[in-house]
Each structure stands twice: as structure tokens, then as C-alpha cells.
Design a binder for this molecule. Structure first.
Ligand SMILES: Nc1ncnc2c1ncn2[C@@H]1O[C@H](COP(=O)(O)OP(=O)(O)OP(=O)(O)O)[C@@H](O)[C@H]1O
Length: 198
């Protein structure tokens, strides 16, 4: 589903790897090694070299906004540019019914952004990422701000996505989470990816 070939950006690469439909690959590695830089390069937020394809779409052939409909990224810090939650979604009424999947009440759609906790922002941003039905999800420490039970709830949602055939590349420092979710674990160190576990 996701095919990365000879990608280079700053201290990374060239790296090549695939993530299949319905497959979850975890990226681990020391702090500052370039895990977020790698995700940002794949989603084409920063200049980089190499070829990236997703679901048969070649990144170089489509405008960036179309690419990001196919490959959606949840950054470590999500962006919020309006005062309230609802207008950040394309179809807030439809998403309202999904808030319980991330442990939030339906009223959260009406909340002011200024009151959101870090974990609430993360959970809402994940629903926002999923709204467009991306084929590939890039997740940068999606549960870093969450308690254990909510983390498991988010993981259940991610497993549902995997069941639908979404490919997931997740950066996590949580070895137990990588074990629970990932089919393969890659470690990024010195600019290169090494498979560390099946
Ligand atoms: N635009 C940029 N220009 C130059 N250096 C950058 C840029 N963005 C990030 N870096 C540097 O690249 C390195 C890797 O950053 P990155 O955020 O990818 O680390 P990480 O592996 O995700 O770390 P952590 O686990 O702490 O989140 C850091 O030293 C960072 O300062």
C-alpha cells in the first residue's frame, strides 16, 4: 500500500520500505534520531528526495493536498486554527457519533479549542485524520499524552482501521504498544531503518 524508495531528508536515508494494506509498522529509535522528520517527508510537508507511492498513486504525480487525502498524518502537535472544534471537521454531525470511540462525549464537538487538554486535542485530531478515509495513516506518538485505558481505546480504533485495509506507520516510544499493534518494528538510528522484531 505504502512504498517508500530511496527517501532522503536531513539526517535520514536513503531509506526504502513498504507498509502493506492492513499492516501496521512501528518506528522506534532514540529521541532526535529523525522519526518525525521521516513522517513529515513521506507526507511531503518538507522538501525531500526519493519516490513515494500509496495505493497506486505516485506522490510526484499529484498535488500535495490530494496526496495528503491518500496519506494522512497525525503530528505530535496538531494544528487548530479556529475557535471551536466543529468547524475543523468536514462533516461534524457525522463525526459526533464517533466521539465515543476516542472516549469523548458528543458535546466535545461544540467545545472551544482553548479548553482542550493535550490528550483531547490528540484524540480529536485523530478523528480529523480519519475523516477523509485515507489509505495510509502516519501517526507520530498518537497516545503519548493518554492514560492506559484511553490508549487501549485508541489502539482498538486503529485495529478497526487496519481491518478495513488502512496501512499504518506509527512512531512510538512505547515498546508494549509496538508489540500490541505492529506487525513489524523498524528502528531508526544513524539515518537507517533496521527491522528489530517480527
Ligand atoms: N526543519 C529542520 N531543519 C533542521 N533540523 C531539523 C528540522 N526538523 C527537525 N530537525 C532536527 O532533526 C532531528 C530529528 O528530529 P525529529 O523531530 O525527527 O526527532 P524524533 O526522532 O522524532 O525525536 P523524539 O523521539 O524526541 O520525538 C532533531 O535534531 C531536530 O532538531
Amino acid at each position: 500500500m505504502l512504498k517508500v524508495s530511496n527517501l532522503t531528508r536531513l539526517m535520514i536515508g536513503p531509506v526504502s520500505f513498504d507498509v502493506g494494506a492492513g499492516e501496521c509498522v512501528a518506528i522506534t529509535g532514540p529521541s532526535g534520531t529523525g522519526k518525525s522528520v521521516l513522517l513529515r517527508a513521506i507526507v511531503d510537508l518538507d522538501p525531500n528526495d526519493g519516490q513515494v507511492q500509496a495505493g497506486g498513486v505516485i506522490r510526484a504525480d499529484v498535488p500535495a493536498p490530494d496526496w495528503r487525502k491518500t496519506v494522512a498524518m497525525l503530528p505530535a502537535e496538531s494544528g487548530w486554527w479556529l475557535d471551536h472544534v466543529a468547524p475543523h471537521f468536514q462533516a461534524p454531525d457525522r463525526i459526533r457519533g464517533q466521539l465515543s470511540l476516542v472516549g469523548l462525549p458528543e458535546t466535545a464537538m461544540e467545545w472551544e479549542v482553548a479548553r482542550l487538554s493535550t490528550g483531547e486535542k490528540h484524540r480529536l485530531a485523530l478523528l480529523r485524520c480519519l475523516e477523509g478515509g485515507p489509505k495510509v495513516l502516519l501517526l507520530d506518538e498518537p497516545t503519548a499524552a493518554l492514560d492506559h485505558d484511553t490508549t487501549l481505546q485508541i489502539e482498538a480504533l486503529l485495529k478497526q482501521q487496519l481491518g478495513k485495509g488502512t496501512a499504518i506507520l506509527i512512531v512510538t516510544h512505547d515498546a508494549a504498544q509496538a508489540k500490541r499493534l505492529a506487525h513489524r518494528i523498524l528502528r531508526l538510528e544513524d539515518g537507517q531503518l533496521q527491522q528489530v522484531a517480527a
